[in-house]
Design a protein around this ligand. Structure first.
Ligand SMILES: [Zn+2]
Length: 490
């Protein structure tokens, strides 16, 4: 039997039954929320988080750091609802972050790389635009550039996620009150700070200014590009003074948004979990997952005290295919490896910088011992030397041929963690919900249905137009559409 893209995408829809949300309109969701619907929504996204990322991080924290993962602990609480989310986009069974977030932001499957627009150019009404028109105050906080795909997917309409200067400006008209993240490089060229200030935003550019920021409208930008990985922030007083944590940004946003008479919507994105996974960089991914879960804790504690807030904790897609493997007699070596993760002192970028492109084997051994607590064998060190010289023995692999992937394969001898690629992967992702309305996400929910949940909470009845995969292919063939693309979808 032959499978076309059409049958695969169609089957993806047909086989989804799952949660109550899958068959409900916004109006039906409103009814299902009962007499005391939530007033506020906090939507927490660990970008690119595979379920293994969360479970590995849980056991890592238990064995290496001496305490459990906050999210794993939360999943066991009697007041939460757990489920799964299906993440396909309009163009593929593997989504990028733009199509994924815009699925939540528009209720419609979107072509990878685009935001709240159909392939024929039909512009859709975004979630923050619809919510702000009802008096709902909106916030977006992220560890990526402010203009990156996941925050933008709730708010902005554009045919290419790569237009980050344009996206940075578009928030002004998208009904977003609080914005915090990175991406100064996309605000400075068009003097957007002056425009935001003229529109009533308090502009802050470092951690102490952010922590002191009050008022209804806040724009906080803390790096020229994405915010640094948490593991590198943890080991740099300079970065820690400049850049707030995601939990701190979430607290500042909640302080500004709470008490809104018509409720609020806040997206909190741990965007660098995805970046760590793309790079097959275990240390970077783990510590940003921990930072994300600290922000989730802020959101959940707010909701439990408030009683009128629905918190959704999920991911937009998985990335990298990380997996903790059994190794050694009775798999005993795996547990020991987990304890060793606590010795990691930096992400891959500083590690590679310390090694340089033409290191000696002795230098490679020394750097790994100091920065990762890993004792490389002579053969492993020789392989790392080849990898750093862009002569990876794995370079014939289309999915694992990169320098990062090569390093991760060698590290896997010690960490017991393997990867399948540096790209996004197709798997259902975790969903945990807290607060009124959480019962609606039990089971398997399509990503687009979270739009109906959120619009239902805010009593918005809206349906954006849709397009089939076949129609989208015809439109794109006629127009010879070339969407700006990055080397791999991120
Ligand atoms: Zn990604």
């Amino acid at each position: 039997m032959q499978f076309s893209r059409r049958t695969i995408l169609g089957a993806g829809l047909a086989t989804l039954s799952g949660s109550l949300l899958n068959s409900m309109s916004s109006a039906q969701v409103r009814n299902a929320l009962g007499n005391k619907p939530p007033k506020n929504v906090i939507f927490c996204v660990a970008d690119g988080m595979a379920s293994q990322t969360m479970s590995m991080c849980d056991v890592f924290q238990r064995t290496g750091l001496g305490h459990p993962s906050y999210w794993a602990g939360l999943m066991n609480e009697p007041y939460v609802v757990n489920g799964l989310q299906a993440t396909r986009s309009l163009s593929s069974v593997v989504t990028d972050s733009a199509a994924a977030s815009a699925a939540w932001g528009s209720g419609v499957h979107i072509w990878n790389g685009q935001l709240n627009i159909l392939p024929d150019g039909t512009e859709l009404d975004s979630l923050t635009k619809l919510a702000s028109a009802k008096g709902v105050r909106c916030g977006l906080v992220t560890t990526t550039t402010m203009s990156h795909a996941t925050p933008a997917g709730f708010a902005v309409v554009t045919d290419s996620r790569g237009k980050e200067r344009e996206i940075s400006a578009k928030y002004l008209d998208a009904g977003v009150d609080v914005l915090m993240g990175g991406g100064d490089a996309f605000f400075t060229p068009d003097d957007l700070y002056s425009k935001y200030a003229a529109n009533g935003y308090r502009v802050v550019k470092n951690r102490s200014e952010a922590l002191a920021a009050t008022g209804q409208k806040i724009l906080g930008i803390f790096d020229s590009s994405h915010l640094p990985f948490t593991i590198d922030r943890n080991n740099s007083t300079e970065i820690a003074a400049k850049v707030p944590t995601l939990a701190e940004m979430a607290s500042v946003a909640l302080r500004s948004l709470k008490g809104s008479p018509n409720g609020f919507l806040l997206q909190i994105e741990g965007g660098k979990v995805d970046h760590g996974a793309h790079a097959n960089d275990l240390a970077a991914m783990f510590y940003d997952q921990i930072a994300f879960e600290e922000a989730v804790k802020v959101a959940v504690e707010f909701a439990l005290a408030d009683g009128e807030t629905l918190v959704i904790i999920t991911s937009d897609h998985a990335c990298g295919g990380p997996s903790l493997n059994g190794d050694g007699d009775e798999y005993f070596d795996t547990t020991a490896a987990l304890e060793g993760f606590a010795n990691f002192k930096c992400s891959f970028a500083p590690l590679m910088s310390l090694m340089g492109s033409r290191p000696t084997t002795d230098h490679v051994v020394d750097v790994h011992k100091e920065m990762m607590g890993i004792e490389l064998s002579k053969e492993e060190a020789e392989t790392v030397v080849a990898i750093m010289g862009n002569n990876s023995p794995f370079k014939a692999s289309t999915l694992m041929g990169s320098r990062n992937a090569g390093l991760a394969l060698i590290h896997g001898n010690h960490t017991k963690v393997g990867w399948t690629s540096g790209n996004h992967t197709h798997e259902h992702v975790l969903v945990t919900a807290v607060g009124p309305g959480s019962h609606l996400v039990a089971g398997l929910t399509q990503n687009i249905r979270f739009f109906d949940l959120m619009t239902g909470v805010f009593d918005i009845t809206h349906k954006n137009p849709t397009m089939s995969f076949e129609d989208a292919m015809r439109v794109r063939a006629r127009a010879s559409v070339q969407v700006e693309s990055e080397p791999h979808w991120v």
